[in-house]
Design a protein around this ligand. Structure first.
Ligand code: V47
Length: 397
């Protein structure tokens, strides 16, 4: 034990008692979580999280060939979710709602590609009924039977239940019957009532978010979980949020992966109010949130880095800080790019393989249920494919 502890080369003495627990595979409490957030010893924290990840996942790093689709940005919460740059009022400039044919047309990009997952999220449209989504899922399944569908956040599920005057369970059953595989983890933000009152006053409560996920898990629908960090929340809010996720996971074991989401302040009211335009979260904070997620959520199998938000460069480094799951090929991303994310929208499949290998890890393509799809890959081209900011390098012919 002493040797293993020494090998971590912790510079912050406050990390030592926490590290002892991690080496013993013991659960961290709230005080431990706060010590992790308080430390300036990022490398020590990272080594500890890397140890915890390696004990679960070895050197495997998962990724998926996916395509994001956002059917509408019209959202009844447009004026109250002050952190969001994506939503529009129905008649506002830039508002859009795709017809089903337009959604199917966009999904055609998957043909001839290795795509295995559609990731579908959007706004809370006041008029779209449940049948729009069930017809969408059925139509996509008919056209792309081998592609899994991860669709609709807990917020959208609760909204549809209200629109239909039915229950969240009934909505989930209808979606499952239409071809839904899993739920994405969005909409959780930070569960604290005080934080929600500031950044998402009318969004469903933390308890309601957890209730929708519990119901999904009971129905055999696995889900992801998230936390939006880097706005007005405190370290105590973050730990309380992670504790609630961990408690539900103890009960249901339905979460597949945890994704810390870095707040982007451009083109939204909150960013302006906080005087943060042009200043996204720092790399230090991004890596810390990955590492704390890995250490505190001891019962969630995977921790995912969302490269469109934090850049592929930071995502690659995150693979040494407890992360074993990388957002996929994406194709077209709107939520963060509206908020000023400078990254590219599409990560070509070979670049994902290369990014993971470059971090000294073993790439594994997974499906939405985290089953292995592929582990053997051709050698990717030797030249660096990515520039700072994530734009692909164009090679002269
Ligand atoms: O709930 C919105 C976040 C989420 C901003 O499950 C913002 O695999 C930063 O659900 N700055 C939606 N974040 C995205 C989402 C998601 C993303 C990646 C992977 C998965 C998954 C799910 O995006 C929202 C909110 O937390 N968001 N606006 C913003 N300005």
């Amino acid at each position: 034990m002493v040797e293993a502890l020494d090998a971590l080369q912790l510079r912050d003495p406050a990390l030592r008692p926490v590290a002892r627990k991690v080496l013993d595979d013991a659960r961290l409490d709230a005080a431990d979580g706060l010590a992790l957030y308080a430390t300036a010893d990022l490398l020590g924290l990272g080594r500890l999280a890397d140890f915890a990840n390696a004990a679960r996942n070895g050197d495997r790093v998962l990724f998926s060939a996916n395509q994001h689709i956002n059917p509408t940005n019209v959202c009844v919460l447009r004026n109250t979710c002050t952190f969001c740059s994506f939503a529009r009022m129905p008649k506002e400039e830039g508002a859009y709602t795709r017809s089903l044919e337009e959604v199917f047309h966009e999904a055609e990009q998957a043909r001839g590609m290795p795509t295995r997952e559609f990731h579908i999220v959007g706004g809370l449209h006041p008029k779209l009924r449940l049948s729009y989504y069930t017809d969408m899922l059925r139509g996509l399944k008919e056209r792309h039977p081998h592609v899994h569908i991860k669709a609709l956040t807990a917020v959208e599920i609760a909204h549809l239940a209200r629109v239909e005057r039915s229950t969240e369970r009934e909505v989930l059953v209808a979606l499952r019957d239409a071809g839904l595989t899993s739920l994405p983890g969005g909409g959780a933000e930070v569960f604290s009532t005080a934080v929600r009152a500031t950044i998402a006053e009318r969004k469903l409560t933390g308890e309601a978010w957890l209730r929708v996920h519990r119901t999904a898990h009971e129905l055999g629908i696995p889900t992801n979980c998230t936390m939006l960090y880097g706005h007005v929340e405190t370290a105590a809010d973050r730990i309380a949020h992670l504790t609630m996720l961990r408690t539900l996971q103890d009960e249901t074991h339905g979460f597949l992966t945890y994704i810390p989401l870095a707040y982007h302040p451009d083109h939204n009211e909150l960013g302006e109010e906080l005087g943060r335009i042009g200043t996204a979260t720092t790399g230090f904070e991004d890596l810390k949130n990955i590492a704390v997620g890995r250490l505190f959520l001891d019962n969630v199998p995977h921790i995912k880095t969302h490269w469109p938000m934090v850049t592929p460069f930071l995502s690659q480094i995150a693979l040494g800080f407890g992360c074993d799951d990388v957002e996929g090929t994406v194709v077209y991303e709107r939520v963060y790019h509206e908020a000023g994310a400078p990254t590219q929208m599409h990560m070509p499949y070979p670049e994902l393989v290369r990014l993971i290998r470059g971090a000294g890890k073993r790439p594994v393509e997974r499906d939405s249920l985290y089953r292995t799809v592929r582990e053997e890959f051709d050698e990717p081209p030797p030249e660096p494919l990515l520039r700072r900011g994530g734009l692909p390098v164009v090679h002269a012919a």
